[in-house]
Design a binder for this molecule. Sequence first.
Ligand code: HEC
Length: 100
Amino acid sequence: MRTLSIAIILAICTFAIPGFAQDLPDGEGKAVVVKQCTGCHGAENFVDKKKDKDGWKRTVDTMIAYGADINDADAEVILTYLTKNFGKSEFSTKVKSGAH
Ligand code: HEC
């Protein structure tokens, strides 16, 4: 029964229903983050985190291992958004001034 519930939850995740975005700051990439990152859990899982780009990359890789269907282009958009809005402070300043 438990396995079945997990399977159902994972199936729902595939359709990533937006609706938990109230805490996410506006900005480029927000729509992608809402679509890809709020299907399995709410945005509250990451809005209180501060990580540099490597840290967020590890998180996104972990989510892909959990079953998130994120291609390389979306991953880059997500990483840029997360690093800019939820980065370590000195790093996010750098990203704002000349992101690449
Ligand atoms: C396939 C489902 C799924 C998707 C899609 C998903 N996650 Fe997760 N996420 C999980 C699971 C499962 C956990 C671990 C249990 C929990 O904390 O809810 C988790 C936990 C987390 C955590 C807390 C653990 C940590 O490493 O700090 C963060 C942050 C996180 N997710 C961020 C994201 C981001 C950012 C995205 C979009 C790139 C995302 N998640 C998309 C399933 C998913």
